[in-house]
Design a protein around this ligand. Sequence first.
Ligand code: NAD
Length: 362
Amino acid sequence: MDRKLNLVRFVSVDRMMRIVGRHGIERVLTDLAACVEADFRRWEVFDKTARVASHSRDGVIELMPTSDGRHYAFKYVNGHPLNTRDGRQTVTAFGVWADVATGYPLLLSEMTILTALRTAATSAMAASHLAPHGAHTMALIGNGAQSEFQALAFRAVLGIDRLRLYDTDPAASTRCAHNLAGFGFEIAICRSPDEAVLGAQIVTTATADKANATILTDNMVGAGIHINAVGGDCPGKTELHADILRRSDIFVEYPPQTRIEGEIQQLAADHPVTELWRVVTGQAEGRREARQITLFDSVGFAIEDFSALRWLAGEAARTGEYDELDLLADPDEPRDLFGMLLRAGAGPAVAPQRPREVCETR
Ligand code: NAD
């Protein structure tokens, strides 16, 4: 035996679906909202940095790291709005959960489903502090991959039971309504965003377009509304007219990241915003009065992924829903990495080797 088997737990897409299926999606969303809220309450212990983004013409690839001193997590995530044209998703992700004391990864997981779950859970958690009391109707504009998760999180956490759907692609709204049919919503499919916001106390925008879009204009936003703006999450990718922002009390995750990526990229760099964790901990006010317009300018922050992976590590251990990956080369004698390779058959070459062209650059 030349090496210790330090196996890393791996949660595949299939395992993730089984974990969600065991509990039911609404229970998972409620649990995740509680995990995110608990980590927002201890916001100050985390390492925080705006995510590292690599932009290209049609999209972005991002790395999102953070640590609470005991565990370290990072997520790899992309955002490519044109992908759906070729049958691919706009957003896919995977992530790692690691032990700070040894630096060893403990768990590697799919995070495409987990991102949709944590984004919706975070939106609903924010709305539980910001939305008008007794809200029952949500307009959901942009009925793509995130939409059903958003709807169900708002139902599970806030009791929203009426949905008004709008998407530029009517097939997307039909699919969303069909998928949500068994969950007890009263659903209206609308022909315009103006129609969708009628009678809604909460408006969620989750559209995807790498542009400064105007999904909502100022005249569409009445007093007392809570806006959950999810789709504007990159430089040059926004959803709301700037006049709405000027009338709203704006709540954000991590200002240095949101100033670059959120709706507030349209405003002056010193425009006042409130960090959501301050509301969660009672250090700042959320909704103060009935006519106030509140806006959660969501871009998605690393601590939410940390919370999601923290939840998942527990669920994987509890349910046994993971596989084991031989990911770490770990010789019995820690400094004899080369010897381990040697004993596995990578001995000296029989004849002197000529350099070969092996590295492709395309
Ligand atoms: P998706 O491509 O699956 O769905 C987007 C939907 O928006 C599509 O159905 C499209 O037809 C619709 N749409 C585009 N322009 C529209 C418009 N002008 N009016 C109405 N509908 C319009 O994307 P998705 O995975 O559902 O993600 C939605 C958005 O949320 C993306 O921009 C993504 O980057 C963002 N996102 C944010 C977070 C976060 O934490 N804030 C997390 C995940 C995804």
